[in-house]
Design a protein around this ligand. Structure first.
Ligand SMILES: *[C@@H]1O[C@H](CO)[C@@H](O)[C@H](O)[C@H]1NC(C)=O
Ligand SMILES: *[C@@H]1O[C@H](CO)[C@@H](O)[C@H](O)[C@H]1NC(C)=O
Ligand SMILES: *[C@@H]1O[C@H](CO)[C@@H](O)[C@H](O)[C@H]1NC(C)=O
Length: 370
């Protein structure tokens, strides 16, 4: 090849490459627009303009106008960032009447997720393992926790990070108490008071002599017999045994390991469900009454001393009619025990569907630990 025709060839090659590159560029620009025009991503972006107002309190305020966003038909995607305490659950939400929700633990769906659910006790102090990519403007990060403040360490870096809260606290954006009463339907079995063979029972798994509940128990048992179970007493119970034992007790010591607002756990709801009257030690009575009828339980603060409580229990032991009144609620309600993790995820997803406006949780630490 002569040097002249070599030059012509190079020029043609360069021109060819240029034309190819240009047309590819044009094609992809057009194609990308086309794709994103129909993609969920694009219409989600449409629901979060820069100046969208921030809502801090009333969850119902904003939803109306935002719900008219073009993508309301798309399934809502909630990404479970880590399984809470490593416990997996199935990803269906029909049990909670939540439809068109897609729960997933597939992190590659990060950019499709309307929400990401984080579990406090699985969050490392340095936030290692958190998403590195920028948060899409439509995406809400949800802080969840079922442990009391005393049983979960505050992390300063969590302020100004999350959009929503999900916990047993009734003032969470997505409240999921450990249990709650639901009105009876005709399908529910009628409550029958189980046969009683013991007066007062207590099952304790975490024995700590600094806990108020242990001190209270030590005093109470001087005045009334208490059947105590758990490893401390070398009487551990299987789940089946727990059901049998607790049903057979007239009263059950629903003593929480720490006293915090709304922290009313399965220690309260399970006995209630099993036909034993809970004797509550935890937040004040007033707070229990936010959750259950006032006449469905006994509270230790109703009495000036453990001895006075013991006397009342002994008296109720002799009065069947008065004792039975504690079960008046069973004519109207049954106990629902929340599903750990699954109920949080489903209810959060349901919340995201109807609350599309921007929302921030600036002062998480002050709110929860303050
Ligand atoms: C489930 O949701 C539908 C539609 O929102 C409602 O009509 C129905 O009553 C709900 N069912 C229950 C059991 O809550
Ligand atoms: C039981 O509850 C009903 C309302 O459902 C009430 O009318 C009745 O007085 C209650 N009985 C007792 C003994 O508290
Ligand atoms: C979520 O919270 C972050 C941090 O406060 C905030 O920058 C972002 O705008 C919020 N997004 C939504 C959709 O509320």
């Amino acid at each position: 090849m002569s040097s002249g025709s070599w030059g012509t060839f190079l020029r043609r090659l360069a021109l060819g490459c240029f034309l190819l590159a240009t047309s590819l560029l044009l094609f992809f620009t057009y194609f990308k627009e086309k794709v994103s025009f129909f993609s969920v991503e694009a219409c989600r972006t449409a629901v979060c303009p820069e100046d969208a107002p921030t809502r801090d309190s009333n969850p119902n305020q904003f939803s109306v106008q935002q719900d008219q966003a073009p993508c309301q038909d798309a399934d809502t995607v909630l990404l479970i960032w880590t399984w809470p305490f490593g416990l997996k659950f199935d990803l269906g939400c029909s049990a909670f009447n939540v439809t068109r929700c897609r729960l997933t633990d597939d992190r590659s769906l990060y950019h499709k997720a309307h929400g990401i659910l984080f579990h406090h006790r699985d969050i490392p102090r340095n936030l290692a393992g958190f998403p590195r990519e920028p948060r899409p403007c439509y995406q809400k990060w949800v802080w969840s926790n079922m442990e009391s403040p005393a049983n979960s360490a505050p992390i300063a870096a969590l302020d100004h990070l999350f959009n929503l809260t999900c916990s047993y606290r009734l003032d969470s954006d997505v409240p999921v108490p450990y249990g709650y009463l639901v009105p009876l339907t005709s399908e529910d079995e009628r409550f029958k008071l189980p046969e009683k063979t013991q007066l007062v029972c207590w099952v304790v798994s975490n024995w700590n002599s600094r806990h108020r509940r242990v001190q209270f128990y030590q005093e109470l048992k001087k005045h009334v017999p208490v059947s105590a179970y758990g490893s401390t007493f070398h009487r551990s119970l299987s789940d089946g045994e727990y059901v049998k034992v607790v049903s057979s007790c007239k009263f059950y010591l629903s003593f929480e390991n720490s006293e915090a607002r709304d922290y009313i756990t399965e220690k309260f709801y399970r006995p209630m469900m099993l036909g034993s009257v809970p004797v509550a030690l935890g937040p004040p009575r007033q707070n229990y009454e936010d959750h259950v009828p006032a006449d469905s339980f006994i509270h230790v603060d109703d009495f000036p001393s453990p001895k006075a409580l013991a006397e009342r229990l002994l008296q109720l032991d002799q009065d069947a009619a008065e004792y039975t009144r504690f079960f008046n609620w069973t004519n109207r309600f049954r106990v629902h025990k929340s599903w750990f993790g699954k109920e949080h995820a489903c209810k959060t997803c349901g919340y995201l569907q109807t609350n599309r406006g921007r929302h921030v949780t600036p002062h998480l630490n002050k709110w929860y630990w303050g």
